[in-house]
Design a protein around this ligand. Structure first.
Ligand code: G
Ligand code: G
Ligand code: MN
Ligand code: NA
Length: 250
């Protein structure tokens, strides 16, 4: 039995679950939304991190049913909240290129009754690099449904200014590697500042990921960053976790 084999059984065996991590306004501290992070509780291996099983799921194709499950669960969950917070769901490149993601998003919104403007889809640049024309069309169609699109892990890997120019992003998520350095490295701080200025010029809000300390948050505030996410503001946790229980409609 292989891990890939186990992965195909993870949904029917109820081994997948979702964690939620808060995203807040830097200026006011208000909650804006929650990012959904998938967890796999393997019967023998315990919690397998997404960094291990998402690539495997993409390789073997299981990401399609798994991604569909995540989207449906996340939207159903958010629709039951008594606050209109946004829900941010990560999309795999494989979902974008090998499935009718537009039809799926449309169907899930109708089925769960979630207002489309509360759904944000997070994609990385690798998602759109393969077939840019098709990706652009797909993202436009998703936006036409009323959902929004964030570019994830910005500033690393392939992310380029050309992509920002050509694609209709609603949010830039600054990669968490910058937060590791921002307090000690003038270079890192200069890059953060430049990306924030870029976001402002393009009228696209920037969210800083991986905020772990008050002093990082202070820097973001003085530099005019819009939103933040990270352990300092809240760890990813299950809906059962006490901090989120107050969200449930009674
Ligand atoms: O929660 P954690 O830090 O371990 O997540 C690691 C990576 O897995 C992140 O890059 C995140 O984007 C990705 N990830 C988490 N949940 C999902 C999901 O539901 N779908 C996809 N495609 N990626 C996810
Ligand atoms: O790539 P993506 O942004 O989707 O990944 C989110 C991942 O980052 C999740 O796996 C989450 O557990 C992790 N994460 C969230 N906040 C922090 C943080 O403050 N510090 C670190 N090191 N990781 C974080
Ligand atoms: Mn993400
Ligand atoms: Na990220």
């Amino acid at each position: 039995r292989s891990l890939a084999n186990d992965l195909w059984n993870a949904i029917p065996k109820n081994q997948l679950s979702l964690h939620y991590q808060v995203q807040k306004s830097v200026l006011t501290g208000e909650t804006i939304g929650y990012e959904v992070l998938l967890r796999w509780n393997h019967p023998e291996r315990g919690m397998v991190p997404p960094s291990e099983f998402i690539p495997l799921a993409e390789e073997c194709g299981a990401i399609l049913p798994i991604g569909e499950w995540v989207l449906r669960e996340a939207c159903r969950e958010a629709a039951s909240w008594n606050e209109g917070y946004k829900i941010a769901v990560n999309l795999s490149p494989v979902q974008l290129s090998n499935s009718d993601i537009v039809a799926l998003v449309h169907e899930v919104l109708l089925e769960t009754g979630l207002s489309a403007k509360r759904l944000e889809l997070e994609i990385t640049e690798s998602t759109i690099i393969q077939d840019k024309d098709r990706a652009l069309l797909t993202l436009r169609q998703i936006k036409a449904l009323g959902a929004t699109i964030a570019i994830d892990d910005f500033g690393t890997g392939y992310s380029s200014l050309e992509t920002l120019r050509a694609f209709p992003f609603d949010k830039i998520k600054l990669d968490r590697s910058f937060m590791l350095e921002v307090e000690v490295s003038p270079q890192a701080k200069a890059i953060v500042r430049a990306i924030l200025a870029l976001g402002q010029s393009l009228a696209v809000p920037v969210l800083a990921e991986g905020v772990e300390t008050q002093s990082q948050l202070d820097i973001l505030q003085s530099e005019g960053c819009d939103e933040a996410q990270g352990y300092f503001l809240g760890r990813p946790q299950s809906m059962d976790a006490h901090a989120l229980l107050g969200l449930k409609r009674s």
